[in-house]
Design a protein around this ligand. Sequence first.
Ligand code: NAP
Length: 260
Amino acid sequence: MRLKDKVCLVTGASRGIGRAIAITFGREGADVAVNYSRSREKAEEVVNEIIKFGRKAITVKADVSNKEEVNEMVETVIKEFGKIDVLVNNAGITWKPTKILEGTKEEWEKVLGVNLLGTYYCIQAVAPHMIKRRYGKIINISSLASIGTTFGEQVAYGPSKAAINILTKRLAYELGEYNICVNAIAPGLIKTEILSVGRSEEELEKLFNKIASVTALRRIGEPQDIANVALFLASDESNFITGQVIVADGGRFNFLSHSV
Ligand code: NAP
């Protein structure tokens, strides 16, 4: 077991990538706090999956873009489990496809609020506990969109994820002296509900086929592909890795000129 008796908080773990990470961590011996903001029943299903491995798991409701709710969530986890070894900042949103010049204040505020400030608030609340114990792993879920290749018509999403990359690097330096590793994962296209925003089933299918055709491995990703990277970064196998943005995209970035 690669995470035996570790305590992990995974944000946005009710479905998609966060769900796969939470269940994988439970399978590897961790107790897990499963955060959600709206999808309580789905989060409870994730908890039930983890309990089957003989581990403890709880749901914790919080909108990560709300600092007070984040602080309460972290207090609950500390009260319940006594510590947090691993924080995965996974909660994230996108917006309906929009040309950059047509972006709105609402889009910027919502997307930056959840993706960037949400990540920051969680780190601010959790890091002091890690500093006290001189141990911690912080994993931020960025995106291939952060480094310049993605499908078009994204306004605030790419910038929100690019900011996460630099936050990861600066924080890695600041927290390094306390034995806390801070890394990011930049997934390529992963089959989850986030992609349905503003797209019909038909458009989605077309997008998947198009992306798969310009990817070296000729497929799009599954949530488990990202959970496997998160497991490595959460485990002691990665103790000398910090400040990195690890791309997991099946080999799409190398085909920038063919990208969509
Ligand atoms: P998803 O299936 O839509 O899941 C998003 C999760 O985030 C849900 O559990 C949702 O739970 C939660 N969430 C949304 N807003 C929240 C908030 N304000 N506070 C707390 N939780 C919130 O999307 P996904 O694809 O798994 O995305 C996970 C992460 O991977 C995101 O950061 C996304 O940007 C990133 N990513 C995804 C892809 C991809 O192709 N799928 C590629 C690159 C990066 P509730 O319903 O309870 O709010």
